[in-house]
Design a protein around this ligand. Structure first.
Ligand SMILES: [Zn+2]
Length: 198
């Protein structure tokens, strides 16, 4: 029995932001859950891992082949907001002032960890820019060293395309933080006051 608990604690502590202390707390909370509640939670986790996958077009999370943002004809297809991770899409969308489409890179350039431009979704970004006759690229990579490198790379690969304005989310975002963790108001403010990047 103790082994099962230890195994669960070990697995839970692999989740982001969960240290061994929180993992222990969660494990004991789960033990106290009634059977129904516990199996519902297990079922939800199963459903998520089976049914949620990246949108074929933009890479954000969806249950369908393409996501609700790509399917929405009301959205402005000439503006693409480029983010690192699928969860950043929801954060930016929650600001309710952005009406363009999205593109998920799948991370940021980090040569020390072996993540080079060829590992990220730049090729499909270029294809989409061409297809949609894009006028503005809003870079919403995280305000970190890797996010900065990625932003510079985007401006580099688009430097010959004179018809595109490249902007980056402005101040207000904590340096070294991430887009996902930012609140609605901060995202809205940094979208409104986005700066011309190159
Ligand atoms: Zn999509």
């Amino acid at each position: 029995m103790d082994d099962v608990i230890n195994l669960l604690i070990k697995k839970l502590s692999k989740l982001p932001t969960i240290g061994p202390k929180s993992a222990t707390k969660i494990a004991y909370h789960l033990i106290k859950m009634d059977d129904n509640e516990a199996s519902e939670l297990a079922q939800d986790i199963k459903t998520i891992s089976k049914k949620i996958h990246p949108c074929k077009i933009c890479g954000s999370f969806t249950q369908e082949e393409t996501c609700k943002f790509c399917n929405d004809d009301e959205r402005d297809r000439t503006t693409i907001c480029v983010v690192e991770e699928p969860q950043d899409v929801l954060t930016i969308a929650s600001s309710e002032i952005y009406n363009g489409i999205f593109h998920v890179l799948g991370g940021s350039i980090n040569p020390l960890e072996g993540i080079n431009p060829s590992n990220l979704n730049f090729a499909s970004l270029l294809e989409r820019i061409e297809e949609n006759n894009v006028k503005e690229i809003i870079i919403a990579t995280n305000p970190t060293e890797e996010g900065d490198t990625t932003a510079l790379y985007i401006s580099h690969i688009l430097k010959n395309n004179k018809d595109i304005v490249i902007t980056r989310l402005a101040s207000g975002l904590p340096i070294g933080g991430d887009i996902e963790g930012a609140d609605k108001l901060t995202i809205a403010r940094s979208l409104r006051s986005r700066n011309k990047f190159s």
